[in-house]
Design a protein around this ligand. Structure first.
Ligand SMILES: [Zn+2]
Length: 243
């Protein structure tokens, strides 16, 4: 072992003693060699592997809300279940940016391996309403987009193509169709879309539940892009199959 990596490992071990890190899924203390998930939770990590399956249950849900056009591809890194369902709330509400970067770079690797997603040349995070972003201080989808973008050097991250024009009410008590009706006009493409000549745009968010939010974003982009020429796909960290 090189002296520098030995020193780093020693320093990490001391840091873990002073301020223990915990597995984000089960809460157990992490060893210095573990990142975000303990080894048993990493072994059981419920990957969707949808990046290998062009027609999958997540993409079917998305396409059910999308207006005419080719079938859109969609993938998520993992299923939103058991302890793993605490990953996205930790990023969204508890400022766990280290977890955000860790899981987003895993998602980026999967996209790079995917024969139908690796040619993405633009990444667009789902926008927050400006008031919500001001209150929270950040948009978790932007963190994911930037990290995925590091894995796809040919892709440009664009936070200026889409905006959220109205703050939507809570979606929690609504069914699938009600959620889409509640959010379908909440997003609009900006004037910058007119000059956006990309061939494959990847829309990115933290969680995919009914697909209503991402479909509303797809429809807003499709309407505004020149000749509707770009293919649009979707990627999220987690996929919640419940609805
Ligand atoms: Zn664990």
């Amino acid at each position: 072992m090189k002296t520098s990596s030995f020193l780093k490992e020693a320093a990490d071990s001391v840091a873990d003693l002073v301020s223990p890190r915990n597995c984000i899924a089960c809460g157990r203390d992490l060893y210095s060699v573990e990142d975000e998930l303990c080894i048993p939770c990493l072994c059981d990590f419920p990957l969707t592997r949808y990046e290998r399956i062009s027609r999958n249950p997540m993409a079917d849900k998305l396409n059910s809300f999308v207006k005419k056009g080719p079938y859109l591809y969609a993938t998520a890194l993992f299923f939103h279940l058991n302890g793993y369902s605490s990953i996205t709330p930790a990023i969204k509400y508890r400022r766990n940016f280290a977890a955000g970067r860790y899981f987003s770079s895993m998602l980026g690797e999967k996209i790079l391996e995917s024969e139908y997603l690796r040619d993405v040349d633009c990444i667009v995070p789902v926008p927050l309403h400006p008031f919500r972003k001001f209150k929270r201080g950040y948009n978790q989808a932007e963190i994911i987009a930037r990290e995925v973008g590091k894995m796809l050097p040919q892709a440009e991250v664009r936070c200026d193509l889409l905006r959220k024009r109205k703050s939507s009410s809570s979606q929690v008590k609504l069914n699938r169709e009600q959620r889409y009706l509640n959010i379908k006009d909440a997003f609009a493409a900006t004037a910058k879309c007119r000059d956006a000549h990309y061939s494959h745009i990847l829309l990115v968010d933290d969680v995919f539940t009914t697909g209503s939010t991402l479909a509303a974003c797809c429809n807003a982009l499709k309407k505004a892009l020149p000749n509707g020429s770009a293919r649009i796909s979707v990627a999220t960290l987690s996929f919640d199959e419940q609805m």
